[in-house]
Design a protein around this ligand. Structure first.
Ligand code: GDP
Ligand code: CA
Length: 319
C-alpha cells in the first residue's frame, strides 16, 4: 500500500511513528512543510523536516518534541557572549551540525529535496521524506505590535512572541510562485491513500496545500483522503493553532477544521471521543466521520489512531 502524508512538525512526526507501526509494509511518502524554514546565523533551518527526520530516525528530544536528544547548547552560549542572536530560537550543538550540512549542500547548488535525501541517509526515517517545494516559501504573520501593523516571520510569531498577540493574517510568502518538489505530484498520483495527520491546518497542512498543484493533485487523485483532528475539546492539543485558525476565520473546533478542508478535499475525518457531538455536523458537510481516541499518549495509542484512519479510508473507498 502506498500512503502519502502531508506533515508539519510534532503532530505530523508523532503520527507517522504510529503509522509505521500500524502499517509496517506500507510505502510511505511524507510531504513536509517548509514554510517554517528560517535562516539563522547564515544557516538554513528546516524545523518541520528535521522534526520528522529526528522523530522517525530516533534522534528527537522526546519530551520537547523537537530538537535533538542528549543536546548541549555551548555554541549558542558562545554566540550570545558575542552578542549574536537571536537568543529566542533554541539551536543546540548537535542540531547545528544538521543545519551546517544542509547549508553547505545548498550553497554547493543542491536543491532542498536532494539535501533532505542526503540527511535522511544518516537518519533512515523509514519513509520517503520530500519537502513540499525546493523553492523558498516563508510563512509570515501579520500582527499589531506597539500600535503598528507589521508582518513577522512565523517563527518570530510562534517562538519569540508565543502567539501572544492575535494573528491578523497568515501569508505563505512565495507560495504562489513555487513548484512542488520533484516526486511530490508523482507520489500523490500513485498513492492508494492520502492522510492529513493531526498537524496544524493553517501553517502546516495549509501551507503545503498552498503550493500550486498540490491541492488539485490531491483532489483529483481519486483515492481516499482522511484527516485526523488536531483540535480536541475545542482547543489545540499542543501549541497555538487556535490563533492561526482565527486569522483565517475558522473556529477552533474539530468540525470547523473539517469544513475548512471541505468535502472537495477530504473523504473522511476522525475527531476525538470528547468531540463525538461533531460527527453529525461533519457528516452533514459530506465527509465520513468517526469519533475515536486521538491523543498520541504513546506508540500503541498512536498506532491505533493510524489504524482507524486507514479503516475510514477503506470505508470511503467503498462508499
Ligand atoms: P508543528 O509544526 O511542530 O507545530 O507540528 P504540526 O503542525 O505537525 O502539529 C501541531 C498540531 O498537532 C497542533 O495543532 C496540536 O494540536 C496537534 N497535536 C499535538 N499532539 C496531538 C495529539 O496527541 N493528538 C491530536 N489529535 N493532536 C495533537
Ligand atoms: Ca511547524
Amino acid at each position: 500500500m502506498r500512503i502519502v502524508v502531508l506533515a508539519g512538525g510534532i503532530g505530523g512526526a508523532r503520527f507517522l511513528r504510529g503509522l509505521k507501526q500500524a502499517a509496517p509494509d506500507a510505502d510511505i511518502t511524507v510531504i513536509g512543510n517548509t514554510g517554517d524554514d528560517i535562516h539563522l546565523f547564515g544557516l538554513k533551518v528546516c524545523p518541520d523536516l528535521d522534526t520528522v527526520m529526528y522523530t522517525l530516525g530516533g534522534g528527537i528530544n522526546e519530551e520537547q518534541g523537537w530538537g535533538r536528544s542528549d543536546e548541549t547548547f555551548h555554541l549558542k552560549e558562545e554566540l550570545a557572549a558575542y552578542g549574536v542572536g537571536p537568543e529566542w530560537f533554541g539551536l543546540g550543538d548537535r542540531d547545528f551540525a544538521t543545519h551546517i550540512v544542509r547549508t553547505q549542500m545548498i550553497t554547493a547548488g543542491f536543491p532542498l529535496s536532494a539535501v533532505t535525501e542526503a540527511l535522511c541517509d544518516r537518519w533512515k526515517p523509514g519513509v520517503r521524506l520530500l519537502p513540499m517545494t525546493d523553492d523558498r516559501v516563508e510563512t509570515h504573520v501579520a500582527v499589531e505590535l506597539d500600535g503598528e501593523r507589521k508582518a513577522v516571520h512565523f517563527q518570530e510569531y510562534w517562538v519569540r512572541l508565543r502567539a501572544s498577540v492575535p494573528a491578523e493574517a497568515v501569508v505563505p510568502v512565495g507560495a504562489e510562485q513555487s513548484k512542488p518538489a520533484p516526486g511530490v505530484l508523482e507520489a500523490i498520483a500513485e498513492a492508494d491513500v492520502i492522510l492529513f495527520p493531526p498537524s496544524n491546518p493553517v501553517v502546516s497542512v495549509g501551507t503545503i496545500l498552498a503550493v500550486p498543484g498540490i491541492r488539485e493533485a490531491i483532489a483529483d487523485a481519486g483515492v481516499p483522503v482522511v484527516g485526523l483532528s488536531p483540535i480536541v475539546g475545542d482547543a489545540p492539543v499542543r501549541g497555538m493553532a487556535d490563533k492561526v485558525l482565527a486569522a483565517v476565520g475558522v473556529e477552533s473546533t474539530a468540525a470547523a477544521v473539517a469544513e475548512h478542508y471541505g468535502s472537495g478535499l477530504l473523504d473522511g475525518w476522525l475527531v476525538d471521543t470528547v468531540d463525538a457531538d461533531a460527527v453529525t455536523r461533519v457528516k452533514a458537510a459530506g465527509i465520513l466521520c468517526r469519533a475515536v481516541p486521538l491523543m498520541m499518549t504513546g506508540p500503541d495509542a498512536t498506532a491505533q489512531m493510524a489504524r482507524e484512519a486507514l479503516t475510514l479510508a477503506e470505508e470511503a473507498r467503498e462508499a
